[in-house]
Design a protein around this ligand. Structure first.
Ligand code: AMP
Ligand code: FE
Ligand code: FE
Ligand code: ZN
Length: 288
């Protein structure tokens, strides 16, 4: 019997808040036998070129993607697959987000400095790159001996309502989906159970997103039970959305999540999902 070909379509690298470089991610994917891996960093495509090059070197299929945090009532995450990283509209959008992050992050640094912590934003940018998020602050708190590990740092300092939490501004849902389509990408609703919505609420969200140009939904995700996955797949089929899946791998910033296999080895994303994603992308006309 031929083993099923599996993929991971949701991974973060050092280009955002993961701890593997794009090359390390691609090598790791290859070494565990994945048939393909997607790079979906938060708010940036800066890892694409390195990841695609590593894919050629390592002889493994690499899918260029992105993950946006958007606001629509609450927070909603939208993945964009096969976005053109040279798209001017996409670059403008990611630059706006990085600027918003910088504003928020400078305020977090000021709070930490006022508490006497030895922290400098320019140094963080030099160490971690353009897209700095709360996980980087969590790592700094661990380095400074304030927290035991990243989870502890989030729980006590970085989560909403805690001492060093400051809200940042998101790109609205409509602009997010539009810019993905303008960059020739396939917009996909990420981890649908993360939004505390019941069946009715989720259906309303799907309709809202589809009216704006959504084409797919993430149905396999770390920690989702087979029943949850079946429910999402039925929902996607019913709406004519393509189905995707991925682990949301972040390296040691989310220690419990394994590349490809998720939590406790329960994730398995069939290559057929990527096949459909590629078909959809191939038929897509770029919005102007
Ligand atoms: P930010 O967008 O900078 O406000 O940070 C949000 C990011 O923090 C998300 O994309 C998650 O990947 C990450 N995150 C949230 N909670 C945790 C946690 N408990 N441990 C590690 N990473 C987390
Ligand atoms: Fe993240
Ligand atoms: Fe997400
Ligand atoms: Zn993610």
């Amino acid at each position: 019997m031929k083993a099923m070909r599996v993929v991971d379509l949701h991974c973060h690298t050092t280009a955002s808040d993961g701890t593997y470089t794009p090359t390390e991610l691609v090598k790791a994917a290859r070494s565990i036998g994945l048939a393909a891996v997607a790079i979906t960093d938060h708010d940036t495509v800066s890892g694409h070129e390195e990841a695609l090059r590593a894919g050629v070197d390592e002889k493994i299929e690499v899918v260029p993607g992105i993950e946006f945090s958007t606001s629509s009532g609450g927070t909603v995450h939208i993945l964009g697959y096969y976005v053109d990283h040279n798209s001017e509209k996409l670059v403008n959008a990611t630059n706006w987000i990085i600027h918003e992050r910088d504003d928020r992050n400078e305020k977090i640094c000021a709070l930490m400095q006022a508490d006497g912590l030895d922290i400098s934003y320019p140094e963080m940018k030099a160490r971690y790159g353009d897209v700095i998020g709360r996980p980087h602050f969590a790592v700094m708190l661990v380095r400074l001996g304030i927290a035991a590990d990243v989870q502890d740092a989030f729980r006590r300092y970085m989560n909403k309502g805690e001492r060093y939490f400051i809200r940042r501004r998101f790109l609205p849902l409509i602009q997010t989906i539009t810019v993905i389509r303008q960059a020739g990408g396939v917009p996909v609703l990420a981890h649908p159970f993360q939004y505390q919505r019941d069946d009715e609420g989720l259906r309303a969200l799907i309709r809202e997103c589809m009216d704006l140009g959504l084409l797919g939904m993430e149905c396999c995700y770390s920690g989702y039970t087979p029943e949850q996955q079946e429910y999402l797949e039925a929902l996607a089929d019913e709406h004519g959305l393509i189905k995707t899946g991925g682990s949301d791998f972040h390296g040691t910033n989310k220690k419990h999540i394994r590349l490809g296999t998720g939590i406790n080895g329960t994730l398995s994303v069939p290559y057929e999902m990527l096949e459909k994603l590629k078909e959809t992308h191939a038929q897509l006309e770029r919005w102007v």
